[in-house]
Design a protein around this ligand. Structure first.
Ligand SMILES: Nc1nc2c(c(=O)[nH]1)N[C@H]1C(S)=C(S)[C@@H](COP(=O)(O)O)O[C@H]1N2
Ligand SMILES: [Mo]
Length: 409
């Protein structure tokens, strides 16, 4: 495990150099040392909730172009204090429970089956939460990375889960799957059978390479468009059952009490709504100067494709359509750009996503209303543990070119 750690450190030193180049000339990072340390060093120290047995890495969304997150920069949420060391020669995936034929697949078995490769984002259910914008974080003047960087997008390769389930022969009356990982805590999550049959991948490849250890080597589930806890890493067992199981992690970490439900907890949150964020210019960076600026960012939706991205540079008074760059794929990040000239005056810039289900990304005020909350709730300490937080993100550009978070900074 120590070996893993030090390998990782050496490796990340190289990527730190790369990311420095990718940031581009002119885009000064406000706090270079904190930035480098938290992007590429040890996992950043989190607030009280995540101190023990939890490792988090954030994707530096501001530092790359296009839609594919370079694998070493993929975000990571790991509910254990070290990575499992799994021998791919020994690793097996078993499918059992309500099936005609319980099956056990080796890695070689899986790779012999028909493969698929598809580009999808993953996003932690807690990404962008006000608790992350919180001032208890050591990174004052949080860059976009530490607010929205628990999402990444990759080309995932593997076998459709439906192929494996059909091979096993699912019983009539089965309706859920319980998937278990091979990490120390045996991370376990329930998944409705209908989604499993629709588009879930048992992935062994990430951007043409084997999965990274951080991403679940040698295999993981990829559950497109749904919150990432469904995408169980180090996948080892799938049990076919006829009810949701509410495993330990699901009840402890992933069910959140909701004001709109009278303070009751909702067990499951599934698909993400439409979301977007301007990744440059963004909080933590400084404007390169007056004149031409290409505003760029990412938009995505758990429902399907992004059909429109609008940008406002006047605090939301007027909106203009941004350019969406191909490929625009379902349940994948979509790159957008917007040509702008900064006049050196104070400005608030923000983006808004519409998806092919016709849903529009809400403002914070709309989200507050939808969730039955009060504007004052966001000011409480600790900040509300809002999940699936997809409010429009305004960034404020000051006359001196510094950029800050309007929502919760
Ligand atoms: N085995 C296992 N699977 C897991 C987790 C874990 O800790 N162990 N974390 C879950 C959570 S909460 C998230 S957000 C995603 C993160 O995937 P990533 O680390 O590849 O970005 O994995 C999910 N699957
Ligand atoms: Mo997560």
């Amino acid at each position: 495990m120590d070996r893993n750690r030090s390998d990782r450190r050496g490796f990340l030193k190289q990527t730190a150099a790369l990311a420095g180049v990718a940031a581009g000339a002119g885009w000064a990072v406000r706090s270079q040392s904190a930035h480098a340390q938290h992007v590429h060093g040890e996992p950043p120290r989190r607030g009280a909730r995540y101190r023990v047995d939890h490792m988090t890495h954030y994707t530096p969304l501001q530092d790359y172009a296009g839609i594919i997150t370079p694998a070493p920069l993929h975000f990571m949420q790991q509910h254990s204090s070290e990575f499992p060391e799994i021998d791919p020669q020994q690793h097996r995936l078993t499918i059992h429970g309500m099936v005609d034929r319980p099956l056990s697949f080796s890695m070689a078995d899986l790779k012999q089956l028909p493969s698929v490769s598809r580009i999808h984002f993953l996003e932690c259910h807690g990404n962008s939460s006000p608790a992350i914008h919180g001032s208890d974080d050591p990174n004052l003047g949080l860059p976009v990375q530490f607010i929205h960087g628990m999402t990444s997008c990759s080309e995932w390769s593997g076998v459709s889960l439906s192929v494996l389930l059909n091979e096993a022969g699912v019983h009539k009356g089965a309706s859920w799957l319980v998937s278990e990982g091979g990490d120390a805590g045996k991370f376990t999550h329930t998944l409705p059978l209908a989604k499993a049959m629709e588009d879930v991948i048992v992935a062994y490849g990430q951007n043409g390479e084997p999965l990274r250890v951080e991403q679940g080597y040698p295999i993981r589930l990829v559950v497109p468009g749904w919150e990432a806890p469904f995408s169980v890493k180090y996948l080892r067992h799938i049990k076919v059952v006829d009810q949701p199981y509410m495993a330990w992690n699901e009840s402890m970490n992933h069910s959140v009490s909701r004001p709109d439900l009278g303070g009751k907890a909702r067990w499951y949150h599934f698909q993400f709504g439409p979301k977007s964020v301007i990744t440059r210019p963004s909080a933590g960076l400084n404007m390169p100067g007056r004149g031409y600026v290409q505003i760029t960012g990412l938009a995505w939706s758990g429902a399907g494709t992004v059909t429109k991205v609008e940008v406002s540079t006047d605090g939301g008074r007027s909106w203009k359509e941004a350019k969406r760059h191909a490929p625009v794929l379902p349940r994948a990040h979509t790159r957008f750009t917007f040509d702008w000239a900064w006049d050196g005056q104070e400005a608030v810039i923000q983006s808004r996503c519409t998806d092919d289900a016709g849903e529009v990304q809400p403002s914070l005020a709309e989200l507050t209303k939808n969730w039955g909350m009060d504007a004052a709730d966001w000011k409480k300490t600790p900040r509300p543990r809002a999940i699936h937080f997809n409010a429009i993100q305004p960034w404020k550009i000051a006359r001196d070119g510094s950029i800050s978070d309007v929502l919760f900074a």
